[in-house]
Design a protein around this ligand. Sequence first.
Ligand code: DLL
Length: 441
Amino acid sequence: MAVPAPADEVIWDPAETLPRERLAEIQLGRLRDAVARVLRGQPPGARRLAAAGITAAGDIRSLDDLARMPFTRKADLRDQYPFGMIAVDRRRLVRVHASSGTHGKPTVVAYTGSDLDAWTGLMARCMTMAGVRPGMVVHNANGYGLFTGGLGFHQGGERIGAMMVPVSAGNTARQAMLLRDFSAEVLVATPSYALAIAQVLDRTGGAAGNAPPPRLRLGLFGGEPWTRAMREEIERQLGLRAVNFYGLSEMYGPGVAAECLTARSGLHVNEDHFLVEVVDPAGGRPVSPGAEGELVFTALTSEALPLLRYRTGDIGRVDPAPCRCGRTTARLAGLRGRHDDMLIIRGVNLYPSQVEHALLEAGGVTPHYRVIVDRPGALDELTVECEPAHDGGLPLLRSRLEAALRNQTGLRITVVLVPPGTIPRSEGKAVRVIDRRRAGR
Ligand code: DLL
């Protein structure tokens, strides 16, 4: 049962509150269109559909037919680098973006004019749901360039009628100055960069009485996994309310899902543009409803890059329960990072987010940390580097952190306390894991 939206809730697009049956009708129509675009313009996708017995859009009779379609993977984009998966005439493309790959070449994505318009609308929708309103000053510290986090938020904010400050990432001391001088109300950044900015504000403010910027009240953060404890830390340091944004370049960029400020409990998926499935990362079979697994998205509206059943590698859950904000869309929960980032240490699965959770819950350290994996002999060894928040009591702090890590992960992990400021600060997506096993050192 849908819940009526609270009187002060602003809904950007009626699609956010549709009855589920109406949403499913729209999804089915758009899925057929997406299949038609693949059959017409994306030869590798069309071949795979044909092998699964789908040669015309009319072969899709219900949303259940999605399960008949083969998956698309990141490797398909890599094999077809840079433009082989683009389904329209190259002259119709008006923009490219890319995400830095772990395998050398980036993953390249492209947009037609109508794709940009749809993406901008989705960002306006998500930013509205997160509390951005016309006239607000929005400081965007996501990198402008091939990363979708810069221009994605930029376009969405402008469409709302907010005043976008396109600072981009880097030069952190200047970020602090501009945040204050322009009276920013909203900060957009990756969570790890938000922390780096907070640190500079703290250092340059303090006695002058101007840290953090007094009007700052909202943070739109995403692009990398972050724990609840990290959120609390960022909120405490910057004096704002943090809202989680999720997306990936292959599905336009940010704007796939975001939290509403009203509940901040799970990220509403824009299901009229993206079909979401959750599958077992090993076999690809659907998990039982509400269970954790790999998120798989189908791009329903993209003209340039209609990816069907795209395996994101991201682990999370989908909660279909109606939200008290009045939206009827399902919500992503438990986002804990990419399956590829999971370390297997002496047979135990470990996500960097578990380390983050243990460290911040235990307290006494700054929120900057690195996980170092090494194999000095026959067995893997894990070291966590972190910075003490205060002087003194270091041996005690160290054993307390090691106990917390052991409790959280079941593994014996050595803690190395390094001088404050030693852990490299991120300006975008933080690199948390240094794996020395494969490097041959
Ligand atoms: O990171 C798009 C984005 C920018 C989303 C800014 C939100 C805010 P890519 O560079 O292609 O696109 O990286 C996508 O980042 O598959 C996840 O692994 C990870 N990721 C993004 N948002 C979150 C999040 C952008 N809120 C990849 N929580 C995705 C956890 C996230 N992981």
